[in-house]
Write a protein that binds this ligand. Structure first.
Ligand code: C2G
Length: 447
């Protein structure tokens, strides 16, 4: 019996896939089809897959060509599968010509003709109205945003707004978008959504005006500097069917999501302590050192570190206390201790003090260690007393990592989801509330 194997995502199954499966089946007597898992696809940069793995397996099954369907979940699995299932022929579409020649060592490799004029990417584009995004602000983070949008389907950055004409113009030239500087309303009138990446203190009013103009909003951290403002904006968005999302980039990246699900499934027992650190030394003059613009380590770095704590221990903390080292009116270093009924947590932040930027989640059975820079999560280790049980997890964190939050934002708009389980409204509001307490100097000590 001649055994053939082929692999694919098979998103929005189309005639090209069906032709390929038929041709693969005709090469032998028994066809095994490997369908990629959702996490494997995310790991190889396929962020736009519309159908989940169960839907895609079912679509392949319904073609009637597969004698057996398996899930492809890791790099290198093809070599294992070929040997495990005694495969004679590995078949794949001609778009992969040459890429799988290394499998010749294990079986015959056949590149089958690809069907012209159809692809999952085309179908996704046809089924979806392209969302026009305007960027508010044209500084460092805004400049990182635009290239990241190019790997996500379904959106296009069309414009930029900055009251400083020169800055808006230079951004517009660099990214081939239209510049607005004198009228925020005019900027809003030709777009479907905004990405707010302006200085901290302007977030609230830009978000509010955008929501009131009926636009979806993705807003950089710190989302708002008060609980009340965050709550008010979410309330408005929800009651007007608009998506409002905090751009807490780490919350949406694959490795961090896996840490949360592993912890919630009890892999380290009950969580008793979380320590998150983030420091980036910068030198004045720069916005981070400007007290007038809500500079300082806390406003700058608390959002990501607090996000990890809130995701792991929840919103119902009992007490928070702050310790800061202050220079020229801003905190160059802040440590916050957050206590829960059955757990403790702390964040250590610096813009003028360097700390080891790792994340450590301690539980009753073991702990998770995420090395610096933990917020660009691509690796973590689950560690136990008996070190032979330790396990390392590797992921990719592609580009500047903003693609994951952008993908979530677009998917929420397309699928009309008002809330993301990756960062819920109450979690985002709790983070804003802790930052507010800091700025009100509640339980605050200067060191
Ligand atoms: N295909 C085709 N004609 C098209 C589109 C796709 O013949 N118009 C083929 C591809 O060449 C591939 C299969 O259909 O053999 C599945 O395609 P995708 O779902 O796009 O999966 P892909 O990303 O090519 O994954 O480990 C996964 C494999 O590397 C292939």
């Amino acid at each position: 019996m001649k055994k053939v194997i082929t692999y694919g995502t098979y998103d929005l199954l189309h005639q090209g896939h069906i032709n390929l499966l038929r041709r693969a089946k005709e090469l032998g007597d028994y066809l095994i089809v490997g369908v990629t898992s959702d996490s494997f696809d995310r790991g190889r940069g396929k962020l736009n897959v519309r159908n989940n793995v169960l839907e895609r397996v079912e679509a392949v099954r319904q073609t009637g060509y597969a004698d057996e369907i398996i899930i492809e979940d890791y790099l290198g699995q093809k070599i294992d599968d070929i040997q495990k299932y005694n495969i004679d022929i590995f078949a794949i579409g001609s778009d992969w010509e040459g890429k799988f020649d290394y499998l010749n060592e294990f079986c015959e490799v056949v590149y089958l003709p690809r069907t012209q004029g159809i692809s999952s990417t085309m179908l996704r584009a046809e089924n979806q109205k392209v969302i026009r995004i305007g960027v508010v602000g044209s500084g460092r983070i805004a400049r990182r945003f635009v290239p990241e949008t190019s790997v996500v389907d379904g959106l296009v950055v069309t414009s930029v707004y900055n009251p400083n004409k020169e800055s808006a113009d230079s951004f517009a030239v660099d990214f081939s978008v239209k510049a607005f500087w004198n009228s925020y309303d005019m900027f809003l009138s030709n777009i479907d959504a905004v990405y707010v990446a302006s200085p901290h203190l302007t977030h609230y009013s830009y978000m509010k005006a955008a929501l009131m103009a009926g636009k979806h909003v993705l807003c950089e951290i710190p989302f708002t500097l008060s609980k009340h403002e965050a709550d008010e904006l979410y309330e408005y968005a929800e009651s007007h069917n608009l998506v409002l999302l905090e751009a807490s980039k780490t919350a949406y990246c694959p490795a961090f999501g896996h840490i949360i699900t592993l912890v919630k499934s009890g892999i380290i027992g009950d969580v008793v302590d979380v320590k998150a650190s983030l420091s980036k030394i910068v030198k004045p003059p720069i916005r981070e050192y400007d007290a007038e613009q809500a500079g300082g380590a806390m406003n700058e770095h608390a959002p990501l570190t607090l996000m990890s704590i809130i995701k792991l221990l929840g919103c119902n903390y009992a007490k928070v206390e702050f310790f800061s080292k202050v220079e020229s009116g801003i905190d160059i270093y802040t440590k916050a201790n957050i206590s829960y009924q059955h757990a403790t947590a702390s964040i250590t932040l610096g813009i003028g003090v360097k700390t080891e930027g790792n994340l450590i989640i301690s539980g009753t059975k073991g702990y998770i260690y995420v090395p610096a820079p933990w917020w660009l999560t691509d690796f973590f280790e689950v560690r136990y007393e008996d070190q032979t049980n330790n396990k390392k997890y590797f992921y990719s964190y592609d580009g500047d990592g903003l693609r994951y939050e952008i993908q979530e934002f677009i998917s929420m708009i397309v699928n009309k989801r008002k809330s993301s389980y990756k960062l819920r409204r109450n979690e985002s509001v709790t983070i804003a509330g802790i930052i507010e307490k800091y700025n009100l100097k509640e339980n605050y000590t200067e060191i």
